[in-house]
Design a binder for this molecule. Structure first.
Ligand code: PLP
Length: 391
């Protein structure tokens, strides 16, 4: 599926090589009857109102579904909107979710602090410990939630085995693939729903926030149902201008992922030889290296994210400042940008996770997550790293 995107032929209304941008919130109908049929969801190809569907988001959704090999997809205005809408669509009051304890901090906060308001119970497990996943199942479990490559510890989820656990029990396996687009194809490995923060690698420009939900026709239709669809009713729609930009960037994703991956592997290999403590799934001493090899579409490499452990938060702060000063990248949250970005996870994107839980899951205070950029001369970047963190 990651390759199928090259067979996607979408044109603008005047034959433009890029689909036209729909600059409208509402759409005219020739007959009143067709408007009411559209409300009932019976008019394929008709657009009603842009919070429901709009043509620009439909082009991008079709491209995302093509990339994932799912029947359908839905575009949202952020990754969090994708995650929250999908979970709220799947769960009712009284239901239960099993999640990896290592997830993006915002996801953790939603599961831990927000869902209890709706009487939805959440069990946090070590997703690599499949027995603990099995043991956490209850009669009311509706979802197993994980990230293909977890943020920021870079554990790899065994999606086929998680699917075996979920199968036949009415449990939906939902996977956040934000760190590994194209590299891992969760739906092909058994995930029922794949969610993305497109803010990251997919768009790759850090100029907007966006998300996507990929899944079955039935699920995407349920999200957009005018009576009880979470996406329709909560309304996190992406602006068409933004979605048309992301669509164009999606067509260069394969090239970018290969370059992010080869740069990250180069730095990880060299810096580990220099004695830096680091986590990168492409290195043979990573606990999930073999698992990753068995799951990945190998042509795209092991991804652009790596983590280094500088022992204390103060030392991490010092190294990050030096790295920024020598020009190796920017001290900033987020990832998937053409420049290298880095931040201390415990103090930033995982700060929502209480310190005792951080400790328990192995998130050390000096852990710095790096999103390695598209640098053309990575040896030069390596020399900058050496200057900043080794000397
Ligand atoms: N999932 C992961 C793995 C992330 O790193 C992020 C980062 O913010 C999100 C989801 C949330 O996405 P967004 O910021 O686009 O809402």
């Amino acid at each position: 599926p990651a390759t199928n995107i090259q067979d996607l032929h979408q044109f603008g209304e005047f034959g433009g090589v890029n689909p036209s941008i729909t600059d409208s919130s509402t759409y005219t109908f020739l007959e009143a009857e067709s408007m009411s049929e559209t409300f009932l969801g019976h008019m394929e190809g008709c657009f009603l109102y842009s919070r429901h569907w709009n043509p620009s988001n439909k082009y991008l959704a079709d491209a995302m579904a093509t990339m994932e090999g799912t029947e359908s997809a839905w575009i949202t205005s952020s990754g969090m909107a994708a995650i929250t809408c999908a979970l709220l669509q799947l769960c009712n009051s009284g239901d239960h979710i099993i999640t990896s304890v290592t997830t993006y901090g915002g996801t953790y906060a939603f599961l831990k602090n927000y869902l209890p308001k709706f009487n939805i119970d959440v069990s946090f497990v070590n997703i690599s410990d499949l027995e603990s996943v099995k043991e956490a199942i209850r009669p009311n479990t509706k979802v197993i939630y994980t990230e293909s490559m977890t943020n920021p510890l870079l554990q790899i989820s065994d999606i086929p085995k998680l699917k075996q656990i979920a199968k036949g029990q009415g449990i939906t396996l939902m996977v956040d693939n934000t760190f590994t687009p194209m590299i891992i194809s969760p739906a092909q490995l058994g995930a029922d729903i794949v969610v993305y923060s497109m803010t990251k690698f997919i768009n790759g420009k850090n100029d907007c926030v966006a998300g996507a939900i990929c899944g079955s026709n039935e699920f995407i239709e349920s999200l957009s149902n005018v009576n009880d669809g979470t996406a329709m009713l909560l309304g996190p729609v992406l602006d068409p201008l933004r979605s048309s930009n992301i669509l164009k960037n999606l067509h260069t994703l394969h090239i970018r992922m290969k370059q992010h991956s080869s740069n990250a592997l180069y730095l990880a290999t060299r810096l580990q030889q220099d004695g830096i403590k680091l986590i990168y799934p492409g290195i043979s001493n990573h606990p999930d290296h073999k698992l990753m090899n068995s799951l990945m579409n190998s042509e795209y490499g092991y991804g652009g994210i790596l983590a280094m452990d500088f022992n204390t938060a103060d030392e991490a702060a010092d190294k990050m400042r030096k790295l920024q000063d020598v020009g190796a990248g920017y001290l900033a949250v987020s990832l998937g940008y053409f420049k290298t970005l880095f931040s201390n996870s415990g103090k930033s994107t995982s700060s929502e996770i209480p310190e005792d839980v951080q400790k328990e899951m192995g998130l050390t205070p000096g852990l710095v997550r790096f999103s390695i950029g598209l640098d053309n001369d990575i040896e030069r970047t390596y020399q900058m790293f050496k200057t900043a963190i080794l000397k």
